[in-house]
Design a protein around this ligand. Structure first.
Ligand SMILES: [Zn+2]
Length: 476
């Protein structure tokens, strides 16, 4: 009954696609580069959304919605922004059968339309700060696409805030970075390196960009969320000023930040194994699945009744379901739920009913644990915590084993070419060096870590003096 999942060491990229198909998370759409998110994938996204949304609201943010269509001229108001995004934009030229007077861009991100509105809403320091988030889709024309990681249209949240001072905006940028770090580590069980992007890698239109970077099982890095300090760039472009407490006119300070369905790709590639997806319990739409096992028709009703009783004892806090489908064998179901990444499977047969027991099976280790009916809820809760923790630790060990401190460029090149992983080296800060390294090795600077250790050394490429090590890797 094994539906073939390619082994990771055989072909990681095929493994990734097989896991998505096996767990029925997503499918390719009729339009090249677009993706259909199937119910299992969407349920996972909803868990992610509700968790992030709660953290945004706890820190004073509100949700709003801005339109999908943006006048093309808006994009041209910020020089770097248009340079970065224009090549990826889809443009609407006709509507209602007629050519439009002004062409409209389908949003690749919403800074421009939002700052056009902020101009109307911000007059004085009393109108600040504005802390808005929106959940939406965006569109960036991609030539090479991969499900969840790079698709032409994707879902995300984008936060856009306006502040009266640079300090306040900076603080906001880092507050959000910390929310992203918490979400990645405590909920997704993905260890990340928080840091700043180099000038070359920052967001088009930002003063600087902060990021969290994760390491996937094939040794490539993945940018999991970014938070941008936009300075006064968009206020300048859209002429958004406010009257400060001294009665003077001043330009408004801005941030923007986003996390997307890409995070699902990060989950798959951090935790998955050769049997398929493994979901961290805190994000799993179904944390526990009950599978009744029948031996012919005897005891059929008793088993079902007992399973219903067990399931009810878990209460609402632990999302669970009973798979009582008659047309599939238990073995088939085991396999299916394994591929779907459900953290705990509970097997119940006629003998378990007699003994008042159940057998729990951990998805991450395959370990089987027999528990009594009365002890079920506590044991399940305990086990879910343990799975959550071990997934995080396992990913942390993997990252340790695949992170290297390197001072010699030949070693650097070899490591990046063979093993991959994070390479921590000194960099002089020059964009030219960064470009050369990228050309010669395909590795990019993933981030300049927030904690740089204060070490002094020499640039791995040009040997000039450098301060602090940065993270290099090949990346998604
Ligand atoms: Zn250099």
């Amino acid at each position: 009954m094994k539906k073939g999942i390619t082994r990771r060491d055989e072909d990681f990229s095929r493994w990734y696609t097989d896991v998505i198909a096996g767990a029925r998370l997503a499918d390719y759409a009729p339009v090249k580069g677009c993706m259909v998110i199937r119910p299992n994938g969407y349920a996972l996204w909803e868990r992610m959304q509700s968790c992030l949304d709660r953290m945004f609201k706890e820190t004073g943010h509100e949700n709003a919605y801005f339109p999908l269509l943006i006048p093309e001229s808006f994009l041209h108001k910020e020089a770097e922004h248009v340079e970065g995004f224009a090549p990826e934009c889809a443009v609407v030229t006709h509507g209602g059968g007629k050519q439009l007077e002004e062409r409209l861009v389908i949003r690749p991100t919403s800074e421009t339309i939002i700052w056009a509105m902020y101009k109307k809403w911000i007059m004085s320091y009393r109108d600040l700060p504005i802390l808005i988030n929106q959940w939406c889709n965006v569109l960036r024309w991609e030539l090479r696409t991969r499900l969840f990681l790079r698709t032409t249209e994707f879902l995300w949240q984008e936060g856009h805030t306006a502040h009266a001072s640079a300090g306040e905006a900076e603080e906001e940028t880092l507050r959000i970075l910390d929310i992203y770090r918490t979400f990645a580590e405590d909920y997704s069980a993905i260890p990340v390196v928080p840091g700043r992007k180099s000038e070359r890698e920052k967001f088009a239109g930002a003063v600087h960009t902060y990021t969290i970077e994760a390491l996937m099982q094939d040794g490539k890095a993945l940018q999991a969320g970014t938070s941008h300090f936009l300075g006064q760039n968009f206020a300048k472009a859209f002429d958004v000023t406010f009257q400060n407490r001294q009665g003077e006119q001043e330009l408004v300070w801005a941030t923007s930040w986003g996390m997307s369905t890409r995070m699902i790709g990060a989950l798959i590639m951090t935790h998955g194994d050769d049997q398929g997806l493994i979901l961290p319990p805190r994000l799993a739409p179904t944390a526990v699945v009950f599978i009744p096992i029948f031996k012919g028709q005897t005891g059929h009703a008793e088993v079902l009744q007992y399973v219903a009783q067990l399931a009810a004892s878990l209460g609402k806090e632990i999302p669970h379901r009973v798979d009582a489908r008659e047309e599939y064998t238990p073995g088939w179901k085991f396999n299916e739920w394994e591929r779907a990444g459900v953290p705990i499977r509970v097997e119940v047969g006629p003998r378990d009913v007699q003994r008042g027991e159940a057998v729990l099976v951990r998805r991450d280790t395959g370990e089987k644990i027999t528990v009594s009916e009365e002890g079920l809820k506590d044991r399940v809760a305990e086990l879910l915590d343990d799975i959550q923790r071990s997934l995080y630790e396992r990913a942390g060990r993997f990252r340790e084993e695949h992170s290297h401190v390197v001072d010699d460029y030949e070693v650097f090149k070899e490591l990046i070419a063979d093993e991959g992983g994070f390479v921590r080296s000194f960099w002089c800060g020059a964009g030219v060096c960064e470009d050369q390294i990228k050309q010669e090795t395909m590795a990019t600077i993933r981030c300049i870590p927030l904690e740089d250790g204060g070490e002094e050394g020499r640039c791995v490429r040009c040997n000039k003096k450098a301060h602090g090590r940065v993270y290099f890797a090949k990346a998604y």
